[in-house]
Write a protein that binds this ligand. Structure first.
Ligand code: HEM
Length: 192
């Protein structure tokens, strides 16, 4: 058996015991892989599952407008949440831009309450909640906090609309002491 990394308090973790167990669901499932069903609690969010790619534009009163490419991946592992990851890049030179990752949960009958916890690569964490209704999700942050070097963001609002294979969203934020302003809008298509 190969010993894994030793944590600071001295416990040794075995990596091989996980890798050797074929029963352990060790990777996340894209939609429609036929192997494992979406948890019933998040089934109403299943229309989000997949890999989405597209382009967006951004602005804010304090910055110059910009354009970006984006990939969003939503997967599941049969637990009552979806796993969300997002990467963006410059359309000018392909260099990485904003990135974020998190989880989506759902509760209640329609209109259902959506809960999102999202970590931003820029040092921010966001907890947002809102409503799912007819392919549309409206999220408003209840908490935005950051590391000591993160920018000062106090609120984030997201409007997400899925129409078949097309996902459109708009994002507004309150940052740098300003009230909420539009920051992003993007359109992505499902590629997987
Ligand atoms: C919830 C998601 C996001 C939050 C909270 C956020 C927040 C911010 C903040 C606080 C600023 C600084 C504004 C200022 O300096 O006055 C900023 C600027 C900027 N954002 Fe975002 N942003 C988000 C997503 C994105 C995405 C997806 C992109 C594009 C790919 C992006 C691109 C930019 C750019 C290019 C700037 C200007 C340069 C800079 O300050 O880094 N942002 N954003």
């Amino acid at each position: 058996m190969v010993s894994g990394p030793t944590f600071r308090y001295g416990a040794s973790v075995s990596i091989s015991s996980h890798a050797a167990n074929p029963e352990r669901p060790h990777h996340l499932r894209p939609v429609g892989d036929g192997e494992i069903g979406v948890h019933p609690d998040v089934e109403p969010l299943a229309f989000l599952l997949g890999t989405w790619q597209g382009e967006g534009t951004g602005e804010y009163p304090t910055i110059s407008p910009f354009a970006y490419g984006e990939e969003i991946v939503l997967t599941h592992n049969a637990k009552p949440y979806l796993v969300y990851s997002q990467q963006t890049w410059s359309l000018e030179d392909g260099s990485p831009m904003h990135s974020e990752t998190g989880y989506l949960r759902l509760c209640g009958p329609a209109p259902r309450r959506v809960e999102a916890v999202i970590a931003h690569a820029t040092g921010l964490v966001e907890i947002s909640e809102g409503i799912l209704e007819a392919g549309k999700i409206e999220l408003v942050s209840t908490t935005v906090n950051g590391t000591s070097t993160a920018k000062n963001v106090t609120a984030v609002g997201r409007s997400i609309l899925v129409d078949g294979e097309v996902l459109r969203y708009r994002l507004r934020m309150a940052a740098g002491g300003l009230p909420a302003h539009h920051h992003l809008s993007a359109e992505l298509v499902k590629v997987v």
